[in-house]
Design a protein around this ligand. Structure first.
Ligand code: AMP
Length: 307
């Protein structure tokens, strides 16, 4: 079972109340792939990097079953660069710099070997490029999941609305759901967004968990209360990677299985935030993931007698 993953492979500079890094590997597709590869391989990456992206990181990805056939390397340009600073509560951040660099003339090409993939993860990127990948696929995948952010709502809302008509699941955070729908209530926002195209909507609420909406149903998954959150960057992408990884592994795209998938996404995100960049994701084993899944079961399991 293969999963195509489109998104950025980048460098980030990040400041949180717990520290600062000037240049660390990041990017939406980097986090998605590292998370999803724990559940299913190959992860078929589509991205673009410059001359500066570390060869060692690429080898690490390949060793984990992440195919880089669809990653273009531009010899005379720098990789995408993003910089952000987190507020004290770590749930909100300000973007300081977005240097598109190689992204400026990115034209994603789906390699022939990727055709026939049953799962497509459209990571955070220009909506036009997300659409281009959908259009190039000769067979529509069983499930198309799209992640986006306020940046693209500000600069490319019409393109975003077009691509929303073609996807099954949309992932956004609470502020983005409000921005996209113009509604303050998340329930009203969900109703409006589902009318825009996706049958399923996931609203991420950082340390307050995530909500899954489908038709008239809502499911809530908490985030694991952690003693230390060092860097929330990539948590959303990691969540997406765990979510689609679980669905692809189980080959089941029902609402019931999506409930489990958002728990798996939350588990993966809980690891991501423990260190700067994707470092923690590279350390964990299947045992670590299973142990944390059990912690989640303990966290939300309770009996109640209704009389
Ligand atoms: P997240 O914290 O899950 O929203 O993802 C953070 C990652 O997304 C960082 O590693 C950035 O390199 C990447 N990123 C930031 N802004 C953008 C953007 N406008 N488009 C694509 N990727 C981005």
């Amino acid at each position: 079972m293969s999963v195509i993953c489109l998104g950025t492979m980048a460098f980030d500079a990040i400041e949180t109340p717990f520290g600062k890094v000037d240049k660390i590997v990041g990017g939406s597709a980097t986090y998605v792939a590292y998370a999803a590869a724990n559940f299913v391989t190959p992860i078929q990456q589509i991205s673009i990097v410059g001359y500066d992206f570390p060869q060692g990181e690429m080898s690490e990805m390949k060793n984990r079953g992440i195919s880089l056939d669809g990653v273009e390397i531009i010899k005379d340009k720098k990789s995408f660069f993003w910089s952000g600073i987190y507020h004290m509560d770590m749930n909100s951040r300000d973007t300081l710099i977005t240097d598109l660099n190689v992204l400026e003339d990115f034209n994603p090409i789906v390699p022939d070997a990727y055709q026939g993939a049953e799962f497509l993860m459209l990571g955070n990127l220009m909506p036009k490029l997300q659409m281009s990948v959908i259009d190039q696929l000769t067979v529509r995948p069983k499930l198309i999941v799209l992640d986006t952010m306020n940046f693209w709502m500000d600069v490319a809302i019409d393109d975003l609305k077009e691509v929303l008509k073609k996807v099954d699941v949309l992932l956004v955070n609470d502020a983005e759901a409000r921005q996209l729908s113009g509604e303050l209530s998340l329930v009203k926002a969900a109703r409006k967004i589902i009318q825009m195209g996706p049958q399923f909507l996931i609203i991420k609420k950082g340390e307050h968990g995530a909500l899954l909406f489908h038709e008239e149903h809502v499911f809530f998954a908490p985030a694991l209360p952690l003693e230390e959150v060092i860097d929330p960057t990539g948590a959303g992408d990691t969540f997406a990677g765990g979510f689609i990884g679980h669905l692809a592994k189980t080959k089941d795209i029902s609402f019931e299985n999506m409930k489990t998938a958002i728990i798996v996404g939350s588990v993966m995100a809980s690891f991501c935030v423990e260190k700067f960049g994707p470092e923690r994701l590279k350390e964990i084993s299947k045992q670590d993931i299973d142990a944390r899944l059990s912690e989640f079961v303990q966290l939300v399991n309770f009996d109640i007698d209704l009389v």
